[in-house]
Design a protein around this ligand. Structure first.
Ligand code: MG
Length: 390
């Protein structure tokens, strides 16, 4: 038994706003489409995954699905029906018995729903997941109710819609030849050509992300889910010192501060970001900034230190973790940090993509004692708390 999936990702998705079609919008660090594709690529009963894309989206697709072993994408057509037909045709060489046709913008489809659809294809030409309509339905004209619609027997259709491959292929070809391009889902194509299509239980989670608010809501739900799993709490500490040399400004936590000297270093000598980067690597048990970015490597000469911090943050994300908070203390007699502390917090928040309330930047002097007291340089201490999945 060969089962294939067609993921329809050719739409422009303008309703979601933003400058990328919604199937390429970021959801938890990956494109929506990447989540959707993974649900099928990782399902043991699905042998091939064929994505249908808009011809302008080749780069976006390559970025989104670089890590997934699936068939090369095919370009879609003007209408959804044409796009599905393109995907179905591309699968012909694999001789599938069953095909599942799915919206790219439904990333939360679960294995159980896929199983139920496939399971029903033994007795029917097609099967779709659906939910009974729970709300009372009104028909309105000019903003006023004209009628209450009896919802008995009404279902809200979801995807994946599964079919016997030869049957849905023939139905789509027949609809195309008859000039019917107004059928809004594949079940409608099947119904139009008198296939028997069963309804199986859908899932409330399997909703279609249509607007940017839908995507934000999905992100919130994922964050909550993630936080519940991230119970391995780690604290890391970092310390760094840079000496002064002749100059007229220092860079501290990504902010340029006028001063009578500059800090000496291979990169931009941002002592605050260096200590913080080390704190994050420390929490991960993953070495230090010097191991990740050797000072001997000429590519880091004069580098803005936000790239080091960003890399440490990316390492946390790569382990499906999150940074709970960071706290940086700068030690110097001068320059005065207070007037720049908010800008420094904002800078760190931006680099790590965290909210300001998770970032602290503060300063102290060493009461004119020691090298910082003698104004020979600046020291920085940092801690970072991170949450990782156990
Ligand atoms: Mg340093």
């Amino acid at each position: 038994m060969v089962t294939a999936a067609v993921i329809v990702a050719a739409g422009r998705g303008t309703r979601a706003g933003g400058d990328v079609p919604k199937q390429y919008a970021d959801l938890n660090g990956k494109a929506v489409l990447a989540h959707t594709v993974a649900a099928f690529a990782n399902h043991p009963a699905v042998d091939h995954v064929q994505v249908v894309i808009h011809r302008d989206d080749e780069m976006a697709f390559a970025r989104a699905c670089a890590d997934t072993a699936i068939l090369p994408p095919v370009p879609g057509g003007e209408t959804r029906q044409e796009s599905v037909m393109a995907g179905l045709s591309a699968l012909e060489v694999h001789s599938p018995q069953y095909v599942l046709i799915h919206d790219a913008a439904r990333p939360f489809v679960d294995a159980g729903t896929i199983d139920r659809v496939i399971g029903a294809l033994g007795q029917s030409d097609g099967a779709i997941p659906a939910l009974p309509v729970a709300d009372t339905l009104k028909r309105a004209e000019n903003g006023h109710i004209s009628d209450t619609v009896d919802r008995t027997g009404l279902w809200a259709a979801q995807t994946p819609q599964g079919f016997r491959y030869d049957a849905i292929m023939a139905s789509h070809a027949k609809a195309r030849d008859a000039g019917r391009n107004d059928l809004t889902d594949d079940a409608a194509v099947a119904e139009w050509s008198d296939l028997r299509v069963a309804i199986v239980d859908g899932s409330a989670e399997n909703r279609k992300l249509t607007t940017s608010a839908d995507i934000e809501e999905a992100q919130r739900r994922m964050n909550t889910g993630n936080a519940a799993n991230q119970t391995d709490i780690r604290v890391g500490h970092g310390y760094d010192v840079h000496a002064f040399e002749p100059g007229n400004h220092v860079i501290l936590c990504g902010v340029k501060v006028p001063h009578e000297a500059k800090l000496k270093g291979h990169s931009d000598a941002d002592v605050g970001l260096h200590a913080l980067t080390d704190a994050i690597f420390g929490a991960l048990g993953d070495g230090d900034i010097g191991q990740h970015f050797p000072p001997s490597d000429p590519q880091w000469k004069g580098a803005a230190s936000d790239i080091f911090l960003k890399a440490a943050g990316a390492e946390v994300a790569k382990r499906s973790g999150a940074i709970a908070n960071v706290d940086v203390t700068l030690v110097c007699e001068a320059p005065k940090i207070g007037p720049h502390a908010q800008a420094m917090r904002a800078s760190v928040a931006k680099i790590l993509d965290l909210s300001m309330d998770r970032i602290s930047v503060k300063a102290t002097t060493s009461e004119q004692l020691g090298f910082t007291g003698r104004r020979e340089g600046i020291a920085a201490y940092a801690t970072a708390t991170i949450r990782l999945p156990l």
